[in-house]
Design a protein. Structure first.
Length: 133
């Protein structure tokens, strides 16, 4: 798992954030010097982007590690996906960010409490274990 929800959101906030399909990006999202990260993607209801992603993945004859990002880049470039603000989803693990993305050693820094990706993942794992007893 590369991403975890860090913050709750109301149904109204969820509806607002999923009016359009989006993907998180690195680079500058609003001057088009960006590429998708692919660790957080949202599809709006009845939006063609989800079906187009599925179709393009199924058409592939040769699979590779970053295939999803290449296809997401194409959908972004064609306007089927929009870039999401980095304050919504990023790897910084700020307390106000909705989605934390963990890549490499960033999952473990800083190394205390729930202030890091691994700490939040362990917190969720403990909750699920307790619920399933």
């Amino acid at each position: 798992c590369d991403s975890l929800f860090n913050r709750s959101m109301s149904e109204a906030e969820f509806d607002q954030h999923t009016r359009h399909s989006w993907v998180n990006v690195w680079g500058e999202p609003f001057d088009r010097t960006h590429r998708t990260i692919g660790s957080a993607v949202a599809f709006a209801a009845n939006d063609p982007a989800r079906h187009e992603l599925s179709r393009r993945l199924q058409e592939q004859k040769r699979l590779k590690w970053f295939l999803d990002q290449e296809i997401l880049d194409g959908l972004l470039g064609e306007g089927l996906l929009r870039p999401v603000e980095r304050t919504f989803s990023n790897h910084v693990c700020h307390k106000d960010t909705y989605i934390w993305t963990g890549k490499g050693n960033r999952k473990y820094k800083p190394a205390s409490g729930l202030d890091n990706y691994a700490g939040l993942a362990d917190h969720y794992r403990r909750q699920l274990t307790e619920q399933n007893k």
